[in-house]
Ligand binder design. Sequence first.
Ligand code: NDP
Length: 446
Amino acid sequence: MYDFDFYVIGAGSGGVRAARRIAATGKKVAIAENKAYGGTCVNLGCVPKKLFAYAAAYNTQQKAQAYGWHSQKPSFSWQTLITNKNKEIHRLNAIYEKLLEQHNVTRHDGTARLLDDHHITINNKTYSAQHIIIASGSSCFRPPISEAELAITSDDIFHLPQLPTSIAIIGGGYIAVEFASILHGLGVAVTLLNRSDQLLTLFDHELGKRLAHAFDQQGIRVLFNTEANSIQQHGTSYTLTLKDGTTLSTHKVMFATGRLPNTQGLGLEDVGVATNPKGAILVDDNFRTNKESIYAIGDCIDHVNLTPVAIAQGNYLAQLFTGGKPRPLNKDAIATAVFTSPPLASIGKTQEQLDAQAIEYKTATTEFTPMKYSLNDSTIKARYPCFMKVLYHAKDETVLGLHMLGEDAPEMMQGLAVAFTMGMCYSDMLNTVGIHPTTAEEWTTL
Ligand code: NDP
């Protein structure tokens, strides 16, 4: 009756996972993609960002001197990094395409648009499907300031022909602080313009405060309560005029001011799929839109916009459609990390959320210099602090939140997330025998 059982729009993390898991059960599935396979994560997000973060971390000359290493000032080739990064991304694109092929998912390269509850059009052809899954992702948002188009976004940074000598980054969220750290590590003079007095507002505020201090010690300039009014170009550089009337000259300006759901041009209004004022598709607990045959997952629904969450939502749909009983995602147990230097990672509630919800809690914290920096002088030590925080229920000691700024925080948090998801208590942490000497053992003594 239909050309396909399922038609998936968008071959990013969520779309590909749903498509191949559903196809693996013998259903006829097609997927449409108008850019590169793998979506933002593979092409313009998590993967190239982490490679850049590794590149920045190789700049270890100053730290290594206390251990006896002396070398000439190393040189860095942006072109080598970009070429090798592109090679790796192409390898991953091919893996994604092959995975779909191996699961007999039909690939349509182009922009799909809904025609009605069961039909889509792509490349001047029309296809019918019993179910449609929208996984169209999100795009960088540019604030409406004068000449905003002169600034780059995180989409552009991965393909810049040359590394700028200086950059002004507008924003104070994930992308702003990660790129401030990466570009500083690669030798760029970085100024971060944050509109409030707090970096990473959605994280426990102690992390953002300590990161700001570490940035300051490293030489990253952070301007708080600062907003830009306009951008002007002068040859190859730019002047930012700030709201207080002062100006700032820089070689590049970058927006890292959030992302918006990719829902324009999908035909949602014509078909009557409901969205919120931000353009995010509204879904129920089973990711079904207000149309019975149309589902949506990932950044286009603007729930928790992280790759592993989109993958979990794709898995959920696959289980739902193939007779399984999917387990709802526990939104309070999603670990997340920010790949700055030092990095930070969290799971559960922040102290600000607990205060707002009037939950009675206790706090255990520790702050120390990681052993790795014990031979370094105080300047280096101040640049790479380590801070851990446990928030636990005042009555039964259930751990409510874990927050860390410090080297290897993301790797540690992934392991802790297992115990957190299982409902560990603070006393369970203290009853655990540590591995010595590690930074991680501090979680068992604090
Ligand atoms: P975020 O939502 O993390 O941060 C947006 C930042 O921009 C905030 O500091 C916000 O300020 C500020 N902002 C918003 N609007 C304006 C404006 N008009 N003028 C000035 N500042 C503004 O978004 P990002 O762009 O950093 O990242 C997008 C998403 O991508 C993240 O939310 C995350 O879901 C995902 N991501 C995940 C990563 C990871 O897992 N490591 C890495 C990178 C991205 P305020 O806080 O005051 O609202």
